[in-house]
Design a protein around this ligand. Sequence first.
Ligand code: KIV
Length: 283
Amino acid sequence: MSTVPNRPPSAETPRRRRLTPPDIAARKGATPLVCLTAYSAPMARLLDPHADMLLVGDSMGMVVYGLPSTLAVGLDTIIHHGRAVATAAEFACVIVDLPFGSYQESPQQAFRTAARVLAETGAAAVKLEGGQEMAETVAFLSARGVPVVGHVGLTPQAVNALGGFRARGRDSAEAEKVVADARAVAEAGAFCIVVEGTLESVAQAATAAVPVPTIGIGAAAECDGQVLVTEDMLGLSGPRVPRFVKRYADLGTQVEEAAARFAEEVRTRRFPGPEQLYRATRK
Ligand code: KIV
């Protein structure tokens, strides 16, 4: 197995220490924040020098475990992945999603879950979905030393209630609700807010309405940062991706080609070759 060493931060983004939630909060309106998902230590090492934030998202349910939604991702599972990422990352602020059902019941339940996540992973913050209805919980956590990232707009944990993964804010009531949700979680103490799957104008309005950075995904270029699911942007999540994904690499094709070459060489006994074998040295 080869390990890829962390490259030093580039001259454009000199960083000598890990970014903290207050560092992220201070970036409102400044150079856009770079956020990517990471679920494993090797991927975290590769992304860390380039990302301000690494999100251990419950999107892992779909991306890693092949499930139809994020709903079945359990707390122990996300803690295992969170620990791997937080241990591997040196510079980025690591954020772990609170899974569906692990925080919605009460602020107390949310605190117990968040405390486990922070203590057992070493991450700096948690993310939870929801707007006005979660404001009390965001305030409860924030007041007790748990940095919280909000998540409004298309909230995948509510896929059943929303009736699918379609973009939010197409009528004025829905648009106003997204902005009111962003305001509510910001006022409650969230240090930044993911705005997912909204009309561009709604994400722009939400960004203008809150004093903390917004991180867009399928949102607007005016957000204070952007996040993508890493496997989507690397071409590792199949041929069909949502419209908002830009593919920066086609690693899926490279993996297939490498697997085909390996298979061919094994079947024709060209692998392993002399370089891969241990042989007694002559005296
Ligand atoms: O779970 C996740 O990866 C997320 C991002 C898509 C924002 O919530």
